[in-house]
Design a protein around this ligand. Structure first.
Ligand code: SF4
Length: 238
């Protein structure tokens, strides 16, 4: 008996989808739709935005890990690629998967407050990306092989953007940036030098929302002040 056909969740069922045969597939069947990030990058007229476009296009059609099959779309990154500050999160959640942008839900609103009220930067002046470009189902933790499969994209984003300071929010970004497999509580509160870049680690906004205590917020505030000290005066929110 021939196998039952898979349930219809193909790229063709999504708006703007293109056939999966264009993907860099390695046994997975990637969902491919147009990229919000690619469109945004085309609006920025700068050398880094032009350099990021082919990387965003690779991510758009990426089929290097199994997350390509369950995503609604890829979430490449957002913001000004000329920013001296880059924020790195873990992976898209449900809202991000739908909108195609990182940090757009409740945690995103808190991150915006941290950037705008705590650091006096406009959010759109900061470049924001994740370790993983596709949502892990049910917002589970990223698996090691997914992190490895996705590694080169974030490496290239950092290389092109050349941020002065990187704020890694959450355990996985903090470990990804520092290469140290230790608790976030031990990674935060200090400046890490990684390949000539300054890296500050702090708690993920989603964690802060779940543990909304004075102590947690004070620690995040301390970390943010460290980043501000390194950045110097920036484009202050008016
Ligand atoms: S998570 Fe990264 S490696 Fe995996 S499919 Fe998405 S873009 Fe590709």
């Amino acid at each position: 008996m021939s196998p039952k056909p898979r349930p219809k969740k193909s790229a063709a069922a999504k708006p703007g989808a293109v056939p999966a045969k264009n993907a860099s597939a390695v046994g997975f069947k990637p969902v491919i739709v147009s990229s919000v990030a690619l469109e945004e990058l085309q609006d920025f007229d700068s050398e880094p935005s032009r350099a990021l476009q082919p990387v965003a296009e690779e991510v758009r059609v990426c089929g290097k890990c199994k997350l390509c099959e369950s995503r609604t779309q890829t979430v490449f990154g957002t913001g000004d690629p000329r920013s001296p500050l880059m924020v790195i999160g873990e992976a898209p959640g449900g809202d991000e998967d739908v909108k195609g942008k990182p940090f757009v839900g409740r945690a995103g609103k808190l991150l915006t407050d941290i950037i705008e009220k705590g650091m006096k930067y406009k959010r759109e002046h900061v470049y924001i990306a994740n370790v993983l470009k596709c949502r892990p189902p049910g917002n589970r933790n990223p698996e090691p092989e997914e992190i490895e499969a996705c590694r080169s994209y974030l490496e290239r984003q950092i290389e092109i953007i050349q941020p002065k300071v990187i704020l890694a929010v959450g355990l996985f970004p903090a470990q990804w940036m520092t290469g140290k497999k230790i608790a976030i509580g031990k990674l935060r509160g200090q400046v890490h030098e990684v390949n000539g870049r300054k890296v500050i680690c702090t708690y993920h906004p989603a964690y802060v929302l779940r543990n909304y205590t004075v102590e947690t917020r004070k620690k995040v505030h301390e970390d943010v002040l460290l980043a501000v000290e390194l950045l110097g005066p920036g484009p202050l929110v008016s």
